[in-house]
Design a protein around this ligand. Structure first.
Ligand SMILES: *[C@@H]1O[C@H](CO)[C@@H](O)[C@H](O)[C@H]1NC(C)=O
Ligand SMILES: *[C@@H]1O[C@H](CO)[C@@H](O)[C@H](O)[C@H]1NC(C)=O
Ligand SMILES: *[C@@H]1O[C@H](CO)[C@@H](O)[C@H](O)[C@H]1NC(C)=O
Ligand SMILES: *[C@@H]1O[C@H](CO)[C@@H](O)[C@H](O)[C@H]1NC(C)=O
Ligand SMILES: *[C@@H]1O[C@H](CO)[C@@H](O)[C@H](O)[C@H]1NC(C)=O
Ligand SMILES: *[C@@H]1O[C@H](CO)[C@@H](O)[C@H](O)[C@H]1NC(C)=O
Ligand SMILES: *[C@@H]1O[C@H](CO)[C@@H](O)[C@H](O)[C@H]1NC(C)=O
Ligand SMILES: *[C@@H]1O[C@H](CO)[C@@H](O)[C@H](O)[C@H]1NC(C)=O
Ligand SMILES: *[C@@H]1O[C@H](CO)[C@@H](O)[C@H](O)[C@H]1NC(C)=O
Ligand SMILES: *[C@@H]1O[C@H](CO)[C@@H](O)[C@H](O)[C@H]1NC(C)=O
Ligand SMILES: *[C@@H]1O[C@H](CO)[C@@H](O)[C@H](O)[C@H]1NC(C)=O
Length: 649
């Protein structure tokens, strides 16, 4: 009897506790203080019991950006795809301080509570010019935009959905709902996410909101597991007061770190249950086993990697922690879309350790791709993968260390100081192009399975101590399995703008010809010391390096494209040949791009550069194969001709 009572009591108690922890919820009917908030320097809780996300009128209010978050992070997903559900309702009050209001306020989920530098004005403190459009922004925002600051903005009164960018891929004007954001009146907003579908309701009357925007979005693809929820806002020359007057939030709490005493309660309950009923125990076990199955996330990674031949060695996480001095920022070598690279020392040798960011969307895939594809490759122009580690959700890759870093640092002007790090002479540049071509030929034609790199660009070419090129970063690489031989391609758009062949945007397929296009762009940038296109020009093919050089070629002035820092210390003939080869690789018609075999022949002087039309042909799709056999270089390229030892050439 006593035992039964205890059992009941502890179950009720435990049960009560579990319901409590199963919600992450808070409610601020107003903001009498800022105790539970994380406020940036420009934000405060002062006027009218509201959060002022950008400063109030006590000081300067122009060109300010601010962020305000709930103090505790919210666990957005349990494992990729198992997303939290949340529901947040808040009251905004935005009052223009100039005839034109500026700029706007946003409800955000992000892992970084710091205000990005220079994120005032148009940026709404969501991103800045550097982080806009990059996965390092790690932010998803519902923006309430009160100024049309971009041509892409609908108007000066809209709601938009932004991912890692100030660009709203979904936006809707509020005018037709009779809601006006910047008039200083209350606007109630409700944001709901059911794990798949995000929905935004807006209205002046809290009791009667309109559904204005809904979108299927898998937040775990864009955001890390733990995010802060809150608000960002900014002003420019055009100013406004950006207030949040009330805010409640209710979301799933994935009961992550259950407190110690909770475990005691559970243990006690289990003991009692054990005593009183074997059946209950049976169900308990069953349930627990089920949940353990779910918990055990990636058994397949290990299998996939270990079953690939010549697998690189597996490292222990603690060895790598030691090697990199606990991932000391001082040892950071670089940061890319897929993670951060650290320098380390292991067995008295220098190594480079890439920590694949969990937040990078393709993180896990990139990791497996890299270990399985490059792990089995051997070529002196490829960065060698020494090993890998997967522990505690941390993906790590260990490479040989490249003392001279990546090629891009050497060939581009540094816009700030007006100079590059130091420049490479022409001979070295040609040798780098040649080395990269050897590596690519090996991938396309020389190894067991054809490999597409899919992300050839100067920042992925590493330089060893002798400035020899080593192709690296196989995060996007894919092997083409025998069964897919007939296609020689892989679906899934990936790559870097500026290096992507025009047909990719139509077909979405990477092929050896799209790799060759990117290689052509690489040749051109190495010869010219110019980036393939600045960020704002990304989608504008008319201002790309390819167009620019093709135009010079048409005017018979192709040598003018040569990097001025070379101070004309090169053979004009060789420069012309390399540039024309680059153009040939960037031919809009993939069938007319030379194969890597032909590229190597041209580079070694065994063959003249391919014929290139005086005017850049326009891009036509579907592309026609060459009508006669004579120019069928591409045919050579699309045959699988394995060479066992290409490096012996
Ligand atoms: C915020 O204010 C503190 C104290 O005034 C100052 O130390 C800090 O540098 C400021 N931070 C920024 C990002 O301006
Ligand atoms: C605000 O920023 C704009 C654009 O950068 C600039 O023209 C203006 O002078 C700045 N205003 C103040 C008061 O700093
Ligand atoms: C969300 O994305 C993750 C990672 O890409 C994926 O594993 C998961 O299946 C997706 N979930 C849904 C519901 O689409
Ligand atoms: C979200 O919260 C609002 C206000 O608290 C409530 O009216 C609404 O029903 C909730 N929605 C869901 C899906 O729980
Ligand atoms: C705010 O905007 C309204 C209408 O656009 C305008 O009449 C008013 O003068 C503006 N307020 C200030 C302080 O400029
Ligand atoms: C953007 O913000 C990041 C992080 O705060 C900073 O490192 C970078 O320099 C900023 N870019 C600009 C253009 O200010
Ligand atoms: C920000 O990035 C997006 C791509 O995500 C791009 O479309 C937009 O033009 C960029 N905005 C600015 C102002 O650079
Ligand atoms: C998303 O949710 C909204 C509101 O519940 C609904 O109207 C909409 O149809 C849903 N969208 C999808 C694709 O399920
Ligand atoms: C902002 O105002 C300043 C003068 O107050 C002016 O010089 C500047 O051009 C304005 N900038 C913008 C972007 O409107
Ligand atoms: C605006 O909203 C706040 C917070 O919900 C509330 O206290 C205030 O009374 C509202 N003001 C008006 C005019 O409805
Ligand atoms: C939060 O949402 C859950 C599930 O929708 C609900 O059971 C719970 O009562 C809500 N909590 C609050 C405080 O609204």
């Amino acid at each position: 009897m006593v035992i039964k009572f205890f059992l009941l009591a502890s179950l009720l108690w435990g049960g009560a506790f579990f319901t409590q922890v199963s919600c992450f919820d808070f409610n601020f009917p107003s903001f009498p203080n800022d105790n539970n908030l994380l406020l940036s320097n420009n934000s405060n809780v002062f006027v009218q019991d509201a959060i002022q996300v950008t400063p109030d009128v006590r000081g300067s209010i122009t060109n300010k950006s601010g962020r305000a978050f709930y103090r505790k992070p919210f666990r957005l997903w349990k494992k990729r795809g198992i997303n939290a559900v949340f529901n947040s309702t808040f009251t905004l009050s935005i009052r223009n301080q100039t005839a034109t209001a500026g700029e706007g306020l946003a409800f955000v989920l992000t892992d970084n509570t710091d205000v990005p530098e220079n994120s005032d004005g148009q940026w709404l403190s969501i991103v800045n010019a550097t982080t806009n459009g990059t996965s390092q922004a790690n932010i998803v925002a519902i923006e309430f935009d009160t100024r049309k600051s971009y041509s892409q903005d609908l108007d000066d009164n809209h709601v938009g959905l932004d991912i890692n960018s100030i660009y709203s891929f979904e936006q809707i004007s509020l005018n037709s709902y009779g809601v006006y954001l910047s008039t200083g009146t209350n606007v109630t907003v409700q944001v709901q996410y059911d794990g798949k579908n995000i929905t935004v309701f807006v209205g002046h009357n809290a009791e009667n909101l309109d559904l204005v925007l809904s979108k299927l979005i898998n937040l775990s693809e864009y955001l890390p597991q733990k995010v802060f929820v809150g608000f960002t806002a900014s002003t420019s020359n055009y100013t406004q007061l950006n207030c949040v007057k009330s805010w409640k939030f209710n979301g799933t709490n994935f009961d992550e770190g259950l407190k110690f005493w909770v475990w005691i309660v559970v243990a006690a309950a289990v003991v009692v249950v054990l005593l009183s009923s074997g059946v209950a125990f049976y169900f308990y076990r069953k349930k627990r086993n089920e949940s353990e199955d779910v918990e055990d996330t990636y058994p397949s990674i290990e299998d996939q990697i270990q079953s690939s031949t010549q697998a690189p060695r597996k490292f222990k996480l603690r060895k790598l922690i030691k090697a990199t001095d606990k991932f000391n920022p001082k040892n950071q070598l670089g940061r890319g879309g897929f993670g951060t690279v650290y320098k380390g020392t292991w067995k008295n040798k220098l190594i480079a350790v890439k920590r694949v960011s969990e937040t990078s969307r393709q993180g896990k895939q990139a990791f497996i791709a890299e270990v399985t594809t490059i792990g089995s490759l051997r070529h002196r122009n490829l960065v060698k993968l020494i090993g890998w580690c997967y522990e505690n959700n941390d993906f790590l890759l260990v490479y040989e260390y490249m003392p001279n870093g990546s090629l891009d640092k050497f060939i581009f002007y540094n816009e700030k100081s007006g100079t590059g790090q130091s420049t490479l002479d022409w001979e070295t540049r040609v040798s780098i192009i040649h080395g990269t071509a050897l590596a690519l030929d090996y991938l396309h034609n020389g190894c067991e399975k054809r490999v597409l790199h899919r992300d050839i660009k100067s920042s992925n070419i590493m330089l060893d101590s002798e400035f020899k090129a080593r192709l690296g970063d196989f995060g996007l690489a894919r092997t083409i399995q025998e069964s897919q031989k007939t296609y020689h391609s892989t679906k899934e758009i990936a790559g870097t703008p500026g290096y992507m062949a025009p047909e990719i945007f139509l077909t979405g397929r990477a092929t050896i010809k799209t790799d060759i296009y990117a290689f052509g762009v690489l040749i051109l940038e190495v010869a010219c010391g110019r980036k393939p296109g600045s960020q704002s020009e990304q989608n504008d093919y008319n201002t790309s390096i390819v167009h620019w050089i093709w135009e010079l070629y048409g005017k018979d002035r192709i040598i003018d494209a040569a990097d001025s820092r070379l101070e004309v210390k090169f053979s004009e003939e060789e420069m012309g040949c390399v540039l024309i080869l680059g153009l040939a690789c960037c031919h809009p018609n993939p069938h007319l791009r030379p194969s890597m075999k032909v590229v190597l022949q041209v580079l070694s002087g065994e063959a003249p550069p391919p014929q290139v039309p005086i005017e850049r042909p326009s891009f036509v799709w579907p592309a026609m194969p060459p009508s006669f056999n004579g120019s069928g270089h591409s045919l050579t390229g699309s045959q699988l001709t394995p060479f066992s030892d290409i490096s012996a050439r």
